[in-house]
Design a binder for this molecule. Structure first.
Ligand code: UD2
Ligand code: MN
Length: 330
């Protein structure tokens, strides 16, 4: 049991640059000990509805071309998933950054997370902030805890958002390898408004950005300059993923953050700042490292958007903010 969930980091780092738009590659990826976390052991004696043999959501795609499920309300039976995961005794690390004036979003974020996010599971929030005195006191449910990590801010919001990759990478190396099994990294200018639970657990998850669901790939706001490592040509790309949600098992997310961090460094050395900071690199990463589960826009909505008919439930949504007022620079 000591080795339960233990992650070995054994990276060899090399370049794969046959063309300008190849992403950096780390190989072999993190070696993860196969353990009780990944089997789908189901306890005896639990009754549930017989699985349907027709698609319960004909209005939306519920599976990617590489056969990863796309999570929509009505496609899963939570009682079945919880029966599998509740007895595994897992810890879910949740990183959130609240630098500068973004501390104001913490109260709603944390209070709503306590109501809706991974309820029944052990959750450990790791809160990065330069203003520990302004962290609100929020009563946490049983088995849930919060660690404040004092972090210097920056006078550029672009720097704050992209540096999350490096900070998550380090946090995983220094603490999460022994403290957690899964991790989610979430934007703080958000609120939970519906259930978000064990159905989101997977090796590596990505979320469909609500602004580009159904958009032709050539119109995705990918980085389009070939000089950038994040470059994606107009005829490539599966979906446009949002940078506000990343998650998965510790080792997989470590590989993701380490790769994106390295790619951001290469661009920086070449004096290129990509269109959407770490989100552009994340999209490049997922083009060549497909997510094993994809969250529908139910898991990342935007308050200003009119609810569409395929949205049976909104679970997590970006609140309306005055960009000029909350960010340190335009
Ligand atoms: C919905 C969505 O997918 N949002 C993404 C989008 O814009 P957003 O407008 O959502 O970016 P944002 O201003 O919310 O910044 C991302 C996150 O960085 C942190 N932060 C940012 C600025 C600051 O002064 N203090 C601070 O703490 C905070 O946790 C915030 O939630 O593009 C960004 C990169 O350009 C990120 O990829 C966001 O995740
Ligand atoms: Mn945001």
């Amino acid at each position: 049991m000591l080795l339960y969930g233990f992650v070995y980091f054994s990276y060899t780092f090399y370049w794969l640059r046959s063309g300008m738009h190849d992403a950096l590659e780390f190989t072999p990826s993190v070696e993860i000990k196969q353990d009780v976390n990944t089997d789908l052991r189901f306890p005896e004696g639990i009754k549930y509805n017989q699985p349907a043999v027709s698609n319960s959501r004909p209005d939306v795609t519920t599976v990617t071309p590489w056969l990863a499920p796309i999570m929509w309300e009505g496609t899963f039976d939570l009682s079945v998933i919880d029966a599998i995961y509740l007895h595994k005794n897992i810890t879910v690390a949740t990183t959130v950054f609240a630098l500068g004036k973004y501390v104001r979003f913490l109260k709603d974020f944390l209070e709503s997370a306590e109501q809706h996010f991974m309820v029944g599971y052990r959750v450990h929030y790791y809160l990065f902030t330069d203003r520990p005195d302004e962290v609100p006191v929020v009563t946490l449910g049983p088995g849930r805890q919060l660690t404040v990590i004092k972090t210097p801010s920056s006078d550029r919001w672009q720097e704050i958002t992209l540096r999350r990759m490096e900070m998550i990478e380090k946090l995983i190396e220094e603490r999460l390898v022994t403290e957690a099994d899964y991790i989610f990294s979430l934007d703080v200018d958000t609120k939970f408004c519906g259930h978000w639970g064990s159905e989101t657990l997977a090796d590596i998850i990505a979320v469909l950005h609500p602004g580009y669901f159904g958009t032709p790939q050539r119109e995705f706001p990918y980085e389009r300059r070939p000089e950038s490592v994040a470059f994606i040509p107009p005829e490539e790309g599966d979906y446009y993923y949002g940078g506000a949600v990343i998650g998965g098992r510790i080792g997989y997310v470590h590989k993701l953050t380490k790769t994106c961090h390295a790619q951001l460094d290469v661009d920086r050395a070449n004096q290129i700042e990509v269109a959407w900071q770490e989100e552009s690199h994340l999209n490049k990463y997922f083009l060549y490292n497909k997510p094993s589960k994809v969250l529908s826009p139910e898991y990342l909505w935007q308050d200003f958007k009119e609810k569409t008919s395929n949205m049976k439930v909104i679970r997590f949504s970006q609140v309306i903010k005055n960009y000029a007022e909350v960010r340190p620079n335009p």
